[in-house]
Write a protein that binds this ligand. Structure first.
Ligand SMILES: NC(=O)C1=CN([C@@H]2O[C@H](COP(=O)(O)OP(=O)(O)OC[C@H]3O[C@@H](n4cnc5c(N)ncnc54)[C@H](OP(=O)(O)O)[C@@H]3O)[C@@H](O)[C@H]2O)C=CC1
Ligand SMILES: O=C1OC[C@@H](O)[C@H](O)[C@H]1O
Length: 395
């Protein structure tokens, strides 16, 4: 008889910024509120490279049970035997060194997107996960939304025929009413020292839609590496401001158009008036996805012979009523828990090879656009004592 006791995974949280906070709030939700009963989550420890006090404040402010340990270094977190899996929530500039720190210590790792700054770094992380025989996954939460699963199923079932073209945009207009730009030059969104720029932060979601609808759904033996043509406008910091990529899969006669920008928005007025930013176009119809590319909330299937009818299917993210909270990051956390429970090292929904393939597209697009980052953050030589691991802040 199957066990009725949920499998518990003990998380170690690396960094205390915005996404660490959002993710932990999702971990604290009751899984039953999203009808999940086979896994559950505990926060075992939180580490801040700023100070132990910062980690302790994070634990207290978020209402994490006080049994969670607070650390003032990332090294202490990865050395903690009570931590099963480390969630890397630092800027992308730091992901390679931070994720490697955890993998080398033998920890399972969930690492925020973009996985790394370069494809070469991503390959080295995968190699280390294999060597240490641990679980490793890029935290592309969108892929685990039930709506993403449903859309992949619709495509595989041939609901819109053969998919030939996907247009996906995730752009955020940084111009504010007060005339200031949303991000100071030191902010990770535009600061090259923190691997800033539209592509690695936002464009990766446009590419996620291109890949999960044109590449992921293909049988393994039919998957092909795409060709890439990109145009990049740079921000004055040197980071990419607007990047447009055509990803072509020649054998499949399909193309993905991935768009991203920091100066115009995909959702012009924030109310969806501009229509869908994701269009999956097939020989027999089209699927349009509504909501931001990272958090899809509704879709509609428009059939070529549908007579002008297309029902919008809403897919809201369930909240835990006791906490009035639910962002949707819990679904990727549940996937990690199930993989650990089942002894899997890789998630079938975000496979290592696909993370690397996407990093290769981004490498190539940035190369074509002439965007470069420093040796410190592009190096694929691991250094436990790198300032990226110890917390000294590059300006
Ligand atoms: N999945 C999603 O929806 C989202 C994912 N992200 C991803 O999460 C990552 C972090 O983004 P976000 O939380 O917004 O970033 P924040 O700037 O809010 O937080 C980053 C944290 O990383 C740590 N850190 C270590 N070194 C530095 C440094 N030199 N400069 C700044 N922070 C440093 C800090 O924590 P400490 O001092 O405690 O060590 C800091 O709080 C990015 O890779 C981003 O792409 C971001 C937003 C949404
Ligand atoms: O991953 C993300 O999704 C939401 C965006 O606002 C954020 O900049 C990005 O990092």
């Amino acid at each position: 008889m199957a066990s009725t006791t949920p499998y518990t995974v003990r998380w170690g949280i690396m960094a205390t910024g915005w996404i660490a906070e959002t993710f932990v709030k999702d971990l604290l939700n009751d899984p039953a509120a999203r009808d999940v009963h086979d896994v559950r989550h505990e926060v075992a420890a939180v580490a801040s490279s700023s100070s132990k006090d910062r980690a302790a404040t994070f634990i207290k402010d978020l209402g994490v049970p006080s049994t969670a340990k607070a650390y003032g270094t990332y090294q202490e977190l990865v050395d903690d035997p009570d931590v099963d899996i480390v969630y890397v929530a630092t800027p992308h500039s730091h992901h390679y060194q931070n994720a490697m720190l955890a993998l080398v210590a033998g920890k399972h790792v969930l690492c925020e997107k973009a996985l790394t700054v370069t494809a070469s770094q991503a390959k080295k992380l995968v190699a280390m996960a294999k060597e240490k025989d641990v679980f490793f996954m890029e935290a592309v939460w969108t892929r685990y939304f039930p709506i993403s699963i449903k859309i992949r199923e619709l495509i595989k079932a041939g609901e819109i025929g053969t998919v030939h073209r996907v247009i996906a945009d995730l752009s955020v207009n940084g111009h504010q009413e007060d005339g200031k730009f949303a991000w100071a030059d030191s902010h990770r969104m535009v600061n090259p020292n923190l691997a800033g720029g539209a592509l690695l932060d936002l464009g990766i979601y446009a590419l996620t839609w291109v890949f999960q609808t044109l590449y992921h759904v293909q049988p393994e033996e039919e998957k092909e590496a795409p060709t890439v043509v990109a145009a990049v406008n740079k921000y004055h910091t040197g980071a990419d401001e607007t990047t447009s990529i055509i990803v072509q899969f020649p054998k499949h006669k399909s193309q993905g158009i991935a768009l991203t920008s920091l100066v115009v928005g995909s959702d012009v007025d924030g109310k969806g008036t501009g229509g869908s930013a994701i269009r999956i176009q097939g020989s027999a119809g089209e699927i349009q996805v509504m909501g931001p590319a990272y958090k899809p909330l509704a879709y509609k299937v428009i059939k070529k012979d549908g007579g002008g009818q297309a029902e919008v299917v809403d897919c809201p993210v369930p909240k835990d009523p006791a906490r009035n909270w639910g962002q949707g990051m819990f679904w990727e956390a549940d996937e990690c828990a199930r993989c650990l429970r089942d002894g899997k090292k890789e998630s079938a929904t975000m496979p290592w090879g696909e993370s690397i393939a996407i990093m290769e597209v981004m490498d190539e697009a940035l190369r074509q656009g002439g965007v470069t980052y420093s040796d410190l953050i592009t190096s694929d030589i691991f250094d436990a004592q790198s300032e990226l691991n110890t917390g000294n802040r590059p300006s």
